[in-house]
Design a protein. Structure first.
Length: 387
């Protein structure tokens, strides 16, 4: 291929300094690479139950001819349904190609050159990434006790701060702000910037003290709430998420939306997923059972962990997370290595069904045993050598 000698000049510095995210390979490739016959994915916090029955039926009955038609450009029916559910107006909702896309909508809508956003250092990284590869500063405030630090963030806000991103519950630590904490933060912000509360795991939380953020929108016109169908509703592969906010803020954000980014199947599945009343309870039960088992086994294996809300648990390992990732992969278990989240030597495990969790526990026990055998062997070798 011919080299592009003028390329350098065309690339902004903030792109030059940015490294592309490398997604994991498809399962068939990974199985070949690591020599395992089956693979348990515990890396993406997916729902092991899959989509609700109601959504499955819609997907099965999907008429192929509809694929030739553009989808509803503004997710008309989905927004009406969300408005009914939350007692709001359909115009207060904007759907995107996953919550990931609505992150970009909000940043594009409010940031210009010289502006900054604020979030935590150890949280979902996409807020930081979109800001940085769009040329904006991302101010990362260290977590305190694994949770978002309200005082720390307030201290760093200046006149160029446009958005504060709070992940509630936080991925990966599971920490969360209750209603009082969120209200107090919003009061202290006094409308100086947009406050995004990313509630990707909201549906997993049963505690009544968890904020009713949709209601808070009426009191705080600078509040934006994110939700997704990828986690609880098991539709990650169809890519659909949404934001909710006051009318004035949504009117601004809507200007940056790419029309037709949410496909027809995703819209139809999401719409019906909300009808399945048993799905949320069943999933919570799976997570509860899975966590009980996993936490007990982690204790037995002597692995420290951070367990909060959400369908995941963060675990500290005695070896590097990338080495652990590879060792687990050869045994058919895929976890999230946490160096990318600034938690080196930690992994995040999705609380999936028992079979998958047992596979993890089994794999890790064997890895630990091998490690001990190896240590014992090297010790013996040293002793032999010194004789
Ligand atoms: C998974 C996740 C998302 C992204 O969800 P998509 O709708 O699949 O793009 C957003 N925020 C957090 C915290 C997540 O964990």
């Amino acid at each position: 291929m011919k080299s592009f000698s003028g390329l350098e000049r065309l690339v902004p510095d903030y792109i030059k300094n940015f490294e592309a995210y490398i997604p994991s390979k498809p399962d068939d490739e990974l199985k070949k690479l690591y020599g395992c016959s089956r693979l348990y994915r515990l890396n993406n916090n997916e729902n092991p139950l899959g989509p609700p029955e109601t959504a499955r039926r819609v997907l099965e009955a999907f008429e192929p001819a509809r694929a030739s038609l553009y989808p509803s450009g503004d997710c008309y029916h989905l927004r009406s349904k969300l408005a009914d559910i939350f007692g709001m107006h359909p115009d207060q909702f904007l759907a995107g190609n996953g919550a990931n896309e609505v992150i970009a909508f909000v940043i594009k809508a409010f940031c210009q050159q010289g502006d900054n956003i604020i979030t935590a250092d150890k949280t979902f990284a996409v807020y930081e990434w979109v800001a940085r590869f769009s040329g904006f500063e991302a101010r990362l405030i260290p977590l305190v006790n694994y949770g978002f630090d309200a005082d720390g963030m307030l201290e760093r806000i200046d006149e160029r701060t446009r958005i504060v991103f709070i992940c509630n519950p936080n991925n990966p630590t599971g920490s969360w702000w209750d209603q009082a904490a969120l209200r107090s933060f919003l009061d202290r912000i006094e409308g100086r910037c947009i406050v995004v509360v990313d509630e990707a795991y909201r549906e997993f939380v049963e505690d009544p003290e968890f904020p009713d953020s949709m209601k808070l929108i009426a009191d705080y016109p600078n509040l934006v709430v994110f939700r997704t169908f990828s986690k609880m509703y098991g539709l990650a592969g169809l890519r659909i998420g949404y934001l909710a906010a006051g009318n004035e803020v949504v009117d601004i954000i809507r200007r940056t939306c790419v029309v037709y980014s949410v496909n027809t199947m995703a819209q139809a599945a999401a719409l019906t997923a909300l009808d399945d009343t048993g799905h949320v309870a069943r999933t919570r039960e799976v997570v509860k059972t899975g966590k009980r088992f996993l936490l007990k086994e982690l204790d037995l294996m002597g692995l420290p962990f951070v367990n909060g809300e959400g369908n995941f648990v963060m675990v500290r390992l005695p070896i590097s997370d990338s080495l652990a990732y590879r060792k687990l992969m050869t045994r058919g278990v895929m976890v999230r290595a946490m160096t990318g989240f600034r938690f080196p030597n930690w992994i995040r495990i999705t609380v999936s069904h028992m079979e998958a969790l047992e596979a993890f526990v089994d794999a890790w026990s064997k890895i630990q045993r091998e490690g001990r055998d190896f240590q014992a062997l090297s010790k013996t070798l040293c002793q032999l050598r010194s004789v």
